[in-house]
Design a protein around this ligand. Structure first.
Ligand code: NAD
Ligand code: UD1
Length: 338
């Protein structure tokens, strides 16, 4: 049985489908802070079976112990965390408590129950402003991080490495995601931001569906092919499949493995806007605005380690990502609260 913390969220729900397709048993643990039961109902509809769900917080040791006492948990995929960059700057303690303290509590309970296998959701943000792109896993991390969210990911990576040094029985995979977008092809599940979206694709889809007036493109004077920021957008279904592949090699690894999950291709903001307009047949109203603080020019992965170690590579292209993002948004203009 695999415990999926944060399994009701955007990446978690897509991962549940990949696990179900492979007949892997799982249990979802989530406090529903940034998600809803409706998302899990939709996953049940897609996979055609009931999901075991426990509502709880990763900082709640008693609740975690109860969970580990009730189920034979062999490994954990740890998605639970807060991810709003701007909010993390305004409320650093909230982020450090939830992400770092929460992870420590989870690891403590796992230790007590002799469950020592974990896959952790990290981010390309740990690379800061990379000196060289594409970025490989041995690039510098932890330098020049501009917000507590990014730092929490870096600190957790360090904690996991210290834990392994203290006890080599641990099997730890750190997945560094690039920019997940897209949605399941059914249009039943997808990204459902609580507020005005901070990230590019949900902002674009909300402009296209008429919920927001106009996209602001944050800077057109970067050193990129058209001046706008370049990122490695990866389809969330490909990303989800990377977790399944990571689960399969967990037993075999004998050091903490950090693995990039990206496509290796970089697209600019304008490339994404154009691709989205083509895929959705909608016009996206935009204006050029000033740079967003903390943004970098280019960030895309060298994904060869994932190919070698996990036998995984991203399959879906930008057109598919745009089509699927649009299907989700147009079928669910108000996300899960339709
Ligand atoms: P999400 O917010 O949709 O999912 C996270 C889930 O964790 C939510 O369902 C939330 O309710 C739950 N959660 C948060 N704090 C919790 C706690 N203390 N106890 C129990 N549950 C808790 O986010 P997502 O996009 O699915 O991201 C999943 C993970 O991947 C996060 O750790 C995030 O930081 C990381 N990540 C995401 C991106 C991205 O662009 N989406 C990029 C890099 C890394
Ligand atoms: C952001 C976070 C990063 C996090 C990642 C995934 C910042 C500084 N970084 O990265 O820590 O891991 O999301 O959650 O917030 N853009 C616009 N207009 C918009 C929104 C975005 O032009 O309204 C541009 C950005 O300037 C960037 C690109 O689109 O060039 C992608 O932005 P975004 O989706 O926010 O992802 P990142 O900046 O890569």
């Amino acid at each position: 049985m695999v415990l999926i913390t944060g399994g009701a969220g955007y990446i978690g729900t897509h991962t549940l489908i990949e696990l179900a397709k492979d007949n892997i048993d799982f249990i979802v643990y989530d406090n529903l802070y940034n998600s809803s039961k409706e998302a899990l109902k939709r996953v049940e509809q897609i996979i055609g079976k009931k999901i075991t769900f426990i509502k709880g917080d990763i900082r709640d040791i008693d609740s975690l112990k109860k969970l580990f006492n009730s189920y034979k948990i062999d490994s954990v995929i740890h998605f639970a965390g807060l991810k709003a960059v701007g909010e993390s700057v305004a409320k650093p303690l909230k982020y450090y408590d939830n992400n770092i303290n929460g992870t420590i509590k989870l690891l403590e309970v796992m230790s007590q129950f002799n469950c020592k296998k974990i896959i952790f959701s990290s981010s390309a943000t740990v690379y800061g402003d990379p000196k060289i792109v594409p970025i490989s896993e041995d690039s510098q991390v932890g330098v020049g991080l501009t917000n507590p969210y990014g730092k929490s990911k870096y600190f957790i990576e360090e904690i996991l490495k210290d834990l392994y040094s203290s006890d080599n029985e641990w099997k730890i995979v750190i997945l560094r995601y690039f920019n997940p977008i897209g949605a399941h092809e059914s249009g039943l599940i997808g990204e459902d931001p609580n507020d005005i979206p901070n990230n590019l694709m949900p902002y674009i889809t909300q402009v296209a569906v008429g919920k927001l007036d106009r996209l602001s493109i944050f800077g057109d004077d970067y050193n990129t092919h058209d001046g706008t920021g370049v990122r490695d957008y990866i389809h969330v279904v490909d990303l989800a499949n990377g977790h399944l592949k990571a689960l399969k090699i967990l037993d075999k690894i004998n050091k903490v493995e950090e693995i990039n999950l990206g496509t290796g291709k970089g697209y600019s903001v304008l490339d994404v806007v154009k691709a989205f307009e083509k895929a959705s047949e909608k016009r996206v109203n935009y204006k050029i605005a000033k740079r967003r603080e903390g943004d970098i020019a280019k960030c895309y992965a060298n994904p060869t380690k994932a190919k070698k170690l996990l036998n995984w590579e991203a399959k879906k292209d930008l057109e598919q990502m745009c089509k699927d993002s649009w299907r989700w948004q147009s079928q669910n203009p108000n996300g899960y609260s339709n």
